[in-house]
Design a protein around this ligand. Structure first.
Ligand SMILES: *[C@@H]1O[C@H](CO)[C@@H](O)[C@H](O)[C@H]1NC(C)=O
Ligand SMILES: *[C@@H]1O[C@H](CO)[C@@H](O)[C@H](O)[C@H]1NC(C)=O
Ligand SMILES: [Fe+2]
Length: 487
């Protein structure tokens, strides 16, 4: 079949499917799910539990994880900790099992937190990889060496299908374990992590460092095999003057590597990557972002680098949500909304994923960008150019859930619950633990699910078919332009 004919058919397919999908995304029912989970204790798993098992052998590498290492997905950063001595700093890797043809050398760092001395934290960039390829890698030496594998993404391409998982506020409780296990049953290829990692800051003194280590061992079962794209939350700040620890993000900065320089960022806390058909922008809710600050200037430039002809799906990650109808953390995202919402709308961002509020919520496409101190306009209004805001702060941390069936937070010392009635902009909300998956099918369609942890089972609860914000509007004009460029 000639190429142009095939493309005409797909143009027809896209246009005919759009009407059906429209109903799905813009359905007007607001839902506050009445599901009441049977709560597992929101307590941290004890340190001697097998979830935190220490690998055998002298100085064996532990807390192994990977993240994307460049702008386009041809590199990974492999990180691990050796507990007793620096040990080998080399990653051996190759395209077939047990045949490690290549090596890469990393860096090593350590830090003190109160009287805790961290292990030796290794970060190793492995680059010049081939797309869409399975790589095996080995770290450590002799009896204590360990082997893992990962799959590189397809080349950046507007129709590259790819599935992301979205997890936030994970912690290290029995609920966290359930979320992680359920995510691993999903088809996710890369995790977008929306902040609040270990909740180690709920501990004091040397236990803070020990709980970072246990968390690193806990997530290894997933994070050693697929990239976790990191953003930082308030629990990473760890401003603890009573212990003499006042450098914000100290543990996070030592332990978590990001490819920030590849997107011309000056700080590991905000950066962007492109992966398959998605452009992912990571923001820091707890770093300066008002006008003229480095984060603000960087984001302005990064939006200019977004090319929807190459990466149709534009995703923003942050910790503190901009639209959320829970009384917990109410208005905390307001300052970032004031700074960036108009850019999100004008750039036609597809999704803004956040965490922080320990319940699930999805918004309709709404914006509130006409407000300024002198104008009277100050209500979110339906806006087809606006992103969908999704809060997935329900990974399973120790603080418990922010629910409709309200709950008294021992940590925050007040009662928190969903605001009643549900605001017009809120499409779906539920106070359960879980994770989301975003299955990008092609340039126009993505299937989205939020999966509740339901008594030990993974149950897709909120499912939506999303149309792309760039390709689904003016589709005919865009395709014409695209076909012209292709031929
Ligand atoms: C894109 O994916 C959707 C959902 O699977 C499908 O209905 C549509 O036909 C696809 N479009 C093209 C051009 O393949
Ligand atoms: C703020 O709102 C007023 C009244 O609508 C308008 O005249 C003014 O231009 C706005 N200012 C900015 C900076 O948008
Ligand atoms: Fe948080």
């Amino acid at each position: 079949m000639p190429v142009s004919f095939r493309k005409q058919i797909s143009l027809f397919q896209i246009i005919s499917s759009v009407t059906i999908i429209f109903r799905v995304e813009y359905g007007s029912a607001k839902i506050t799910s009445s599901f009441v989970r049977s709560e597992w204790p929101s307590v941290d798993i004890p340190l001697d539990n097998e979830a935190f098992a220490i690998p055998e052998g002298h100085n064996a590498p532990q807390q192994v994880r990977i993240t994307q290492g460049d702008y386009d997905g041809k590199a990974v950063i492999i990180s691990w900790v050796t507990p007793d001595e620096p040990g080998f700093n080399t990653v051996q890797y190759g395209k077939s099992d047990k045949k490690f043809d290549f090596t890469a050398v990393g860096t090593v760092t350590n830090y003190n937190f109160y009287k805790y001395k961290s292990g030796y934290i290794h970060h190793c960039l492995v680059d010049d990889l081939e797309y869409d390829t399975k790589y095996y890698y080995k770290i450590g030496d002799g009896d204590s060496s360990r082997e893992f594998w990962f799959q590189t993404p397809p080349k950046v391409d507007p129709d590259a299908p790819y599935t992301f998982g979205i997890i936030g506020d994970l912690g290290q409780t029995y609920n966290s374990l359930s979320t992680l296990k359920h995510y691993m049953q999903s088809v996710g290829q890369t995790v977008l992590f929306v902040g609040d990692l270990s909740y180690a800051d709920r501990y004091q003194y040397n236990d803070v460092g020990l709980r970072w280590d246990s968390w690193g061992r806990f997530i290894e079962q997933s994070a050693a095999y697929q990239p976790w794209i990191w953003s930082a939350g308030n629990h990473e700040i760890e401003y603890m003057p009573y212990m003499g620890e006042v450098l914000p993000f100290k543990s996070y900065l030592h332990r978590i590597a990001t490819p920030y320089m590849a997107s011309k960022s000056s700080n590991t806390l905000w950066y962007a990557v492109r992966r398959a058909s998605a452009h992912i922008i990571v923001l820091s809710s707890y770093s300066p972002f008002v006008k003229y600050t480095p984060q603000w200037q960087w984001l302005r430039e990064e939006f200019k680098r977004v090319d929807r002809e190459k990466t149709p799906w534009l995703i923003v990650l942050m910790h503190s949500p901009i639209y959320n109808s829970n009384s917990a953390h109410c208005m905390e995202g307001e300052s970032m909304r004031a700074a960036f919402e108009s850019w999100f709308v004008h750039s036609r961002v597809d999704f803004v994923f956040a965490g922080h509020v320990h319940a699930y919520e999805r918004s309709y496409r709404i914006s509130n960008i006409h407000y300024n101190v002198s104008s009277g306009d100050r209500y979110p209004v339906p806006d087809k150019s606006a992103p969908v805001y999704i809060t997935v702060g329900d990974g399973g941390n120790q603080e418990g859930l922010a629910g409709k069936n309200y709950w008294v937070s021992s940590y925050l010392q007040f009662i928190i619950r969903f605001l009643d009635p549900q605001p017009e902009y809120s499409a779906f909300r539920e106070a359960s633990y879980g994770h989301s998956t975003l299955e990008i099918k092609n340039r126009t369609h993505a299937f989205y699910h939020w999966n509740r942890n339901d008594d030990g089972k993974k149950v897709p609860t909120d499912s939506v078919v999303f149309r792309n914000q760039y390709w689904a509007s003016n589709l005919r004009r865009r395709l014409k332009k695209y076909l012209k460029a292709e031929s």
